[in-house]
Write a protein that binds this ligand. Structure first.
Ligand SMILES: [Zn+2]
Ligand SMILES: [Zn+2]
Length: 169
């Protein structure tokens, strides 16, 4: 995703792009194509500010029920193209140094990092996902458990034993 600096006009402008995974060097298989990008650019003197917004859908698998689900993903980044060598450019990784000879700037790493960080660590299809029954293996969101549910609280075990003894007598 390269930005051609000589095609920019002074002041504010918006560029909308439809990207492939290859454009952002994303190898994650969960990403659907296309990835939409909107760049709000302000060309000032001497700096150019780029605010990028990206969105796409992910094909994920739920950690609880193992079913595939789609997740809408949004990401944003900001970078400042600056010809001014300042101390902050060593610290602030969002500042891209440019010179009057710079023709294009590659925004790919910024966009990619922004989007990859949004992939959830915990992949849950829904807050209410009931997961899979460890007994019968049924997906509890769409099926009801058919196995004998013999989950008794351990605290009742002694009482259960007494009741069994009484019943046997
Ligand atoms: Zn689920
Ligand atoms: Zn079950």
């Amino acid at each position: 995703m390269k930005l051609r600096l000589n095609s920019l006009k002074e002041g504010a402008q918006t560029i909308e792009l439809t990207l492939s995974k290859g454009d952002l060097a994303i190898t994650e298989t969960s990403f659907q194509q296309p990835i939409f990008a909107k760049l709000n650019i302000y060309k000032g003197t001497p700096e150019i500010t780029v605010k990028g917004k990206l969105n796409t859908n992910l094909n994920l698998e739920c950690d609880r029920c193992l079913e595939p689900y789609k997740l809408y993903l949004e990401a944003s980044f900001q970078s400042i193209l600056s010809p001014v060598k300042s101390l902050s450019s060593d610290i602030d990784e969002n500042i891209i140094p440019i010179t009057p000879q710079t023709n294009e700037v590659d925004l790919t790493p910024f966009a990619r990092d922004a989007i990859l960080i949004e992939i959830p660590m915990k992949k849950i299809c829904s807050e209410n996902c009931k997961g899979i029954c460890p007994g019968c293996g049924k997906i509890l969101n769409i099926d009801t458990c058919r196995c004998e549910n013999k989950k008794t609280d351990d605290r009742w075990k002694p009482l259960e034993n007494i009741l069994n003894i009484i019943a046997e007598e």
